[in-house]
Design a protein around this ligand. Structure first.
Ligand code: ADP
Length: 378
């Protein structure tokens, strides 16, 4: 257990905000490091060091005030974290795990070596070798820094080559995907593991951002149980020091195979539904896991659909239709307090709980029609 119950978070965005909101009630205090003054987590009661999570001095300043460090983002300065770990700071998940996950190629190799099913992939010297080894179509992925599909390209034929990445990439076969699913898994300091129900992710086609998350996923129960097993095996493949919550994204192929696509070492968009849908939210589960507490129940309380509220336009946010959305029973709105809207930026999400999934889906479509966050130019 933590002595002073003060937790540092690198990044003060929506994930940090929800960790704070969910676990201040357990008596924890938070300090976040984020470049934007009054960041989303600071607005709900975290102290803030205004600075960069890539700057060693700023990270050090945060560390002096807290008992342990966790993350809201994974694209951070690993070298500084390793130094801090050497002088005794507790960091969860461990910097070595973050380093492995930051490199998508190394991550896939690790999963494959552990015998987990992944898509066929290859490290290639250049795009010519990719074409001769895989032929068109194939998927090109940046090894570092990609998120929300930025860093992933489908190359269908020669005419797509002009948009190809020129360095630090690897290639994957183009998978015929029937559904994209995810499983959240938490492991605490005692080694206990808990797994959430499988969710289905539906993507916004234009921005390639996950738009709807549906729980339970509409898949065969045997496949769901296999996915949960694969999720546990995936975090085991990361080694003993994988502590905290992890989201394991998978593909269900048209021929009903399951492939592990990638692991996120933190609370994830695919787990926001747990705030209203499950006995224990992913945010509370993560903080329980990294502070040496027992894990909570992951049981689903009611079928739940999560709808991301993506920004429209650019400028100061203006919320439209909150009254209409809240008039629908079972609608739970979570805004992130971001000060600027950009097209497709995640401004908040809505969880819709209902006694059956069809009803929740229907209500989610109603919410999508009425609730908007639009940018107002100054
Ligand atoms: P990111 O971390 O940027 O989200 P992903 O690896 O999850 O990157 O890929 C983003 C999306 O691209 C996936 O959700 C999926 O829709 C598509 N995709 C990724 N890899 C493949 C593949 N090998 N075949 C077909 N589609 C893929």
């Amino acid at each position: 257990m933590l002595k002073n119950k003060k937790i540092g978070i690198l990044g003060g965005g929506q994930l940090a905000r929800m960790m704070v909101l969910e676990t201040k009630k357990l008596g924890f205090e938070f300090v976040v490091l984020d470049p934007g003054p009054n960041c989303p987590a600071a607005q709900v009661g975290a102290e803030q060091v205004v600075g960069s999570f890539k700057d060693e001095q700023d990270i050090y300043e945060l560390c002096q005030q807290v008992d342990l460090i966790t993350f809201d983002i994974e694209h951070i300065n690993i070298a500084s974290l390793k130094k801090l770990e050497k002088i005794g700071l507790k960091i969860f998940p461990n910097p070595q795990i973050l380093e492995l996950i930051q490199d998508k190629l190394l991550q896939k190799q690790t999963l494959r070596q552990a015998g987990l099913p992944v898509s066929r992939f290859m490290s290639v010297a250049d795009i010519e070798q990719a074409i001769s080894s895989f032929g068109f179509p194939f998927v090109q992925k940046k090894r570092f820094g990609g998120y929300d599909g930025k860093g992933v390209l489908l190359l269908r034929d020669k005419s797509d080559l002009k948009k190809a990445f020129s360095q630090d990439f690897y290639i994957e076969e183009f998978v015929d995907i029937e559904k994209e699913i995810a499983v959240l898994v938490a492991k605490n300091l005692s080694g206990d593991i808990s797994v959430y129900p499988v969710v289905e992710m539906i993507f916004e086609e234009r921005a390639n951002i996950c738009d709807l998350v549906i729980c339970p996923a509409r898949v065969d129960p045997q496949l769901a149980s296999k996915a949960r097993k694969l999720a546990i095996q995936s975090i085991s493949a990361l080694g003993e020091r994988a502590i905290g919550i992890f989201a394991i994204e998978m593909f269900v192929t048209k021929d009903k195979r399951l492939l592990v696509n990638e692991i996120a070492p933190r609370p994830h968009n695919a787990g926001h539904f747990t705030l209203n849908g499950c006995m224990t939210s992913q945010f509370e589960q993560h903080i329980r896991a990294v502070t040496g507490l027992p894990l909570g129940s992951t049981d689903l309380l009611l079928p739940t659909v999560m709808l991301n509220i993506l920004g429209q336009g650019t400028g100061t946010p203006q919320v439209k239709g909150l009254d209409k959305a809240l008039a629908i029973p079972g609608v739970h709105v979570h805004f992130y307090g971001k000060k600027e809207v950009r097209p497709f930026r995640k401004m908040g999400h809505v969880n819709i709980t209902a006694h059956d999934l069809e009803e929740a889906l229907d209500k989610a479509h109603q919410v999508r029609q009425v609730l908007h966050v639009v940018g107002i130019e100054a």
